[in-house]
Design a protein around this ligand. Structure first.
Ligand SMILES: [Zn+2]
Length: 207
């Protein structure tokens, strides 16, 4: 339904249900073939596509880069898709790879650091193009990010102020769903995720 995003979203949902931060990344080559994938594993050690787990560097983009086969590492024309705007560490890791195009699902106004590609002389000369998606994919990526952070931080954590300011309508919708107990606090299936984003949750709304 969403092309490459379908794989990213499925991986991010796997991550969310594993009890960690629902963020995933997929790398494609110039022909559009998926050559690597990784998901955030900051808080779970489950066997998945990620090799780096349970450490502060177990981010989705780092794991996707770590999974890039040796014969693809020097190839040009690679694109990295990530469900959430990369942090400073991941932007640095992307810049040190051959990836020169990044497609971002949702903005992270708290830790997102694509602006470093403009303000830092060394990073700027890498010539990395960044695109942001919009619409349904953006909302789904935001939802998985926001909901997983809600498991780990108190509502007064500054990350929520930043996310609510950037995505006021989406954040309010998710807060309402959490308060109405439509959204379970742990396991979330794809249908529930899509219903939450579509706002079509009438029959489950009182659950
Ligand atoms: Zn990161």
């Amino acid at each position: 339904m969403f092309g490459i995003w379908e794989q990213c979203i499925d991986l991010a949902l796997e991550e969310y249900n594993a009890g960690s931060i629902g963020i995933a990344a997929v790398i494609i080559d110039a022909n559009g073939n998926v050559v690597a994938a990784g998901r955030n594993q900051l808080k779970d050690s489950l066997v998945s596509c990620s090799a780096i787990r349970m450490t502060s560097i177990a981010h989705a983009e780092i794991n996707a880069l770590n999974n890039l086969p040796w014969d693809k590492q020097k190839v040009r024309g690679l694109t990295l898709y990530t469900t959430v705007e990369p942090c400073p560490m991941c932007i640095g890791a992307i810049a040190m790879s051959r990836i020169r195009r990044v497609v971002v699902g949702s903005v992270d106004p708290y830790a997102g650091s694509v602006h470093l590609l403009e303000i830092d002389d060394y990073l700027r000369q890498k010539g990395i193009a960044v695109e942001f998606t919009q619409g349904k994919v953006e909302e789904i990526c935001f939802a998985l990010h926001y909901l997983s952070l809600r498991h780990y931080h108190k509502p007064e954590h500054p990350v929520f102020r930043a996310l609510q300011a950037r995505y006021p309508t989406y954040a309010r919708k998710l807060d309402d769903l959490l308060n109405s107990s439509f959204l379970p606090h742990k396991e979330l299936d794809k249908a529930q995720l899509m219903q939450a984003v579509d706002g079509e949750h009438g029959e489950l709304g009182s659950g």
